[in-house]
Design a protein around this ligand. Sequence first.
Ligand code: MN
Length: 138
Amino acid sequence: MKVTRNSPGTAQGPSGWFTGAAYIDSLAAPSGPSRLNASSVHFTPGARTAWHTHPNGQTICVTEGVGRAQGRGGPIEVIRPGDRVFFEPGEDHWHGAAPDRFMTHLSLVEVDDKGNSATWGAHVSDEEYAPSPKIEGA
Ligand code: MN
């Protein structure tokens, strides 16, 4: 057992991976036989990831705020606290905050044999981000 006290290790997400400001708190990193890479990702309003894929898929769980997520070719979904989204291995997608809200989600991924957790593509343009999202129940 090892306790890691709340540390000042918050890191701003690289500009190549995000549009706008997002901050990452690492929760778990691959170690020994464990491939788990877990983090808490904090998006400022309007911030979102670039298009990307995960070699072994990804689960995100929203803990605060209101966000958006989209798989390539699918609708933009509104995601709220308690909502979980699973992205299939290799599924091209993005996730981020709503335009006028912060959003925080947990991210759970398993790295591949080379330790990679994601492959990054183009930024999500304002035109891709702007369309009105699907509203659950509307
Ligand atoms: Mn992802």
